[in-house]
Design a protein around this ligand. Structure first.
Ligand code: 13P
Ligand code: SF4
Length: 332
């Protein structure tokens, strides 16, 4: 079973065995060039006592070869807090690297491309959060980790798609503000009695799925089981068989082994899960996250060679932002 955080023993495999894992996703012609980067990254990790934390949306050539830990945002945050490595390379987007840094102020956290952003993180500023607090005095602000450290610093607690309901209910209050993902907030509101005020942020990848897409898949692929990330619009989630974080979707596939399945989320996720369950039929509509796709084997190698780009958070932001992240880890 693919667990929420998977320690990958893969980096110790010889290169031909690593290729065998990804051969359905990496053309044989491209492998020799990739193998040079992979060998260099494995060596650099040993020399620098570094780990690569890779999100589930990373391409299989990263996910199944050089990553030490793979998982959803919650797992990556938890593992970042646990690691005894000196250097963390975050193969994911900027908010994930910032979260790792918040939890590891003494360690070096690198992101291979500083432009690896997120449409949700871009949708709200710290000033917006202060305004919300002024408008709703006393109402706790639950902030999705897909935000900047400055926004987290204005918040009471963070959440991820994997623990949002638990966090909202753990506060023991009748109403909360949940920012910035409108659809995540509405999807959680449908599962709880707590009243939720939402913001208008959207994920540019998940907002593109429609109920008609789901109906078409059910017609074209009889018997298909449809799993959706909760960043999808509620009208899409209503048409699906299951909704959960990227890790929850992978766990669902591992436990239920649906003969035919579609994951309504970023494309590489299906590729990565399919490597683990080659006997299952994955229907693969492809919505790419352009930010996640900025990370490559080449720039992971460059990050380790040059120790760039180092992620830092000013102390006055880091302290309150860390409190919001740590409170999330305590509650859920
Ligand atoms: P997860 O926490 O479910 O991995 O989601 C992160 C993300 O960015 C989804 O778009
Ligand atoms: Fe952000 Fe959406 Fe990309 Fe996830 S998939 S990093 S939420 S833009």
């Amino acid at each position: 079973m693919l667990q929420t955080a998977t320690p990958a023993a893969r980096p110790n495999l010889p290169l031909p065995d690593l290729y065998h894992r990804v051969e359905k996703h990496v053309p044989a012609l491209e492998w020799p060039a990739l193998a040079v980067d992979i060998a260099a990254i494995l060596k650099l990790k040993r020399e620098k006592n570094a780990v690569v934390l890779a999100h589930n949306y990373q391409t299989p050539d990263i996910f199944h070869t050089v990553a030490d830990i793979v998982g959803d945002s919650l797992a990556l945050a938890r593992e970042a807090a646990r690691t005894d490595a000196d250097v963390i390379v975050l193969a994911g987007v900027h908010f994930m690297a910032e979260t790792a840094k918040l939890l590891n102020p003494q360690k070096t956290v690198l992101i291979p491309d500083l432009k690896a952003g997120c449409s949700l993180a871009e949708s709200i500023t710290a000033a917006d959060v202060r305004l919300l607090r002024a408008r709703h005095p006393g109402v706790p602000i639950v902030t999705y980790v897909n935000t900047s450290a400055a926004v987290k610093a204005e918040s009471d607690v963070c959440c991820t798609s994997g623990n949002a309901k638990k966090i909202v209910e753990a506060l023991g209050v009748p109403e909360v503000i949940m920012i910035p993902d409108e659809y995540l907030a509405r999807n959680i509101a449908a599962q709880t009695k707590v009243k939720i005020f939402a913001w208008k942020g959207h994920c540019e990848v998940h907002e593109r799925f429609t109920p008609a897409d789901v109906q078409e898949m059910r017609t074209n692929y009889p018997g298909v089981i449809v799993l959706a990330h909760p960043e999808c619009p509620p009208e899409v989630v209503a048409e699906c068989d299951f909704t959960g974080s990227t890790a929850a979707m992978a766990d669902y596939v591992g436990q239920k082994r649906p003969a035919r399945v579609v994951l309504l989320t970023e494309c590489s996720m299906s590729d990565n899960v399919a490597v683990q369950y080659p006997d299952l039929d994955f229907v693969r509509p492809c919505n790419l996250c352009p930010h996640m796709k900025r990370i490559t084997l080449g720039n992971i190698r460059h990050a380790l060679e040059t120790m760039t780009h180092e992620v830092t958070v000013p102390a006055e932001i880091a302290a309150p932002a860390r409190r919001a992240v740590e409170r999330m880890l305590e509650l859920g």
